[in-house]
Design a binder for this molecule. Structure first.
Ligand code: 13P
Ligand code: SF4
Length: 404
């Protein structure tokens, strides 16, 4: 069975130059007018980056030897992931960072909040480096410390703060993790959200879940047996979060109004469409997707779960995967015996994950090899202390995969 990434090609009304057939290539494999708008470049297209960079990265990595450890999130580009000593989702990478006390430098090929977590979990003499400081996360940016402190005051005024345990998704800044640590809360990832929420509800009657409303709602309703009515949405842009005291008092789950700008774009319509287009397809999505999408899907789980599900799947099986495109592309390339399509035609790569490219990696490695530390991520001591408490509480719990 051939590799299919994105929808299969059908004629569309995509604009074409008069007399020029428009070839649209998805991932360099197939013409795919519905998935990617591009134009043909006749002749020899130069490589995207200087081919010498691969050799330079190899040389710098070899020169650094055991002093260096490179972590790569599954959403990273292939050109970068090939240099990772270990790949994983954010949960696995947090554990891996904590388990490398001998590496002097940890280069994190991922985004800023992951590098912060690695800095928090490693010893003071270890340096964590993010090859491009612009690799942030729009979801993490949706919860600012001042907003969360205001929200806590709103909860206190409603008389519910003492009964509430703050839980933050790994995809949040270090100061939000520290806020949770300070207030008896904890961090979770998409791999262990249920185990973490079980822990939280043993300590309080309510949870303030930051910053991803979708992971919070999907876990509460699909894994913890709550009703949608048990959840309320706290909007930091509105007075008192847009909620009354009565609503806060009645709620079991107070969801922060944040979302992933990649996963939040998959639609229920895309699930219907792919089922029509590919009879027998199984839909496999990340829990950062909207609840309505998850309800229509067959399987839901973290990036690591998605990867393992595809690895274990029999040859000939058909999958529509709703997660970041770099990972879906890699899955399709690595499993040519299975039909793997990208769930939604309107979803792009994660722009911030993609900031880490080979030129930035080479720059960071070569500087390290010459004794210069560039783009070090340093979390201040007080933030680190409390954020570590919240992270440690999570790491002491067993990792779990989501609903299947
Ligand atoms: P996980 O790595 O926990 O699956 O999170 C996905 C994600 O969006 C990371 O940015
Ligand atoms: Fe943030 Fe979503 Fe990108 Fe992950 S995929 S880094 S959550 S924007």
């Amino acid at each position: 069975m051939g590799i299919v990434v994105g929808v299969t090609s059908t004629p569309t009304s995509a604009p074409t130059m008069p007399g020029t057939p428009l070839s649209l290539y998805i991932l360099g494999e197939k013409s795919d007018p519905l998935s990617e708008r591009g134009v043909e470049c006749p002749g020899d297209l130069p490589p995207a980056s200087d081919p010498a960079l691969v050799e330079r990265a190899r040389r710098a990595k070899a020169a650094l030897g055991d002093r260096l450890f490179i972590l790569g999130h599954h959403y990273q580009r292939d050109e970068v992931i090939q240099f990772a000593d270990v790949t994983g989702d954010s949960f696995k990478l947090a554990r891996e960072a904590a388990a490398r006390p001998n590496a002097e430098s940890i280069v994190f090929c991922g985004v800023h909040f992951m590098a912060e977590s690695a800095d928090i979990l490693t010893a003071d003499h270890q340096k964590v480096i993010l090859p491009d400081l612009a690799a942030g996360c729009s979801m993490a940016d949706m919860a600012r410390l001042a907003q969360v402190e205001d929200a806590w005051d709103v909860l206190a005024d409603a008389g519910v703060a003492d009964a509430t345990v703050p839980v933050t998704y790994m995809n949040s800044s270090a100061d939000i993790k520290a806020f949770c640590g300070k207030h008896g809360g904890v961090v979770c990832t998409s791999s262990n959200a249920k185990a973490v929420l079980d822990w939280a509800y043993r300590r309080g009657q309510k949870v303030l879940f930051l910053p991803d409303q979708h992971l919070g709602r999907n876990t509460a309703v699909l894994q913890m047996g709550m009703r949608l009515d048990d959840c309320v949405l706290y909007d930091p842009r509105r007075q008192n979060g847009g909620l009354t005291e009565e609503q806060l008092q009645a709620a079991k789950m107070i969801l922060w109004k944040g979302h992933c700008s990649v996963h939040g774009r998959f639609t229920p319509q895309a699930v219907d469409d792919v089922r029509t287009r590919i009879p027998g397809v199984q839909v496999l999505v990340h829990p950062e997707c909207q609840h309505e999408v998850v309800l229509k899907s067959d399987l839901i789980g973290s990036t690591e779960f998605i990867l393992q599900t595809i690895e274990k799947a029999p040859a000939g099986s058909k999958w529509a995967v709703g997660t970041e495109l770099n990972l879906v592309k890699r899955l399709a390339m690595n499993h040519p015996d299975k039909e793997i399509v990208f769930l939604e035609q309107h979803v792009c790569y994660c722009a911030t994950m993609n900031r880490i490219d080979l030129p930035h990696l080479v720059w960071a490695l070569e500087n390290l090899a010459q004794g210069h530390v560039v783009n070090q991520i340093v979390v201040d001591q007080e933030t680190e202390h409390y954020a570590r408490e919240a992270l440690q509480r999570m790491l002491e719990l067993p990792g779990e995969t989501a609903k299947d």
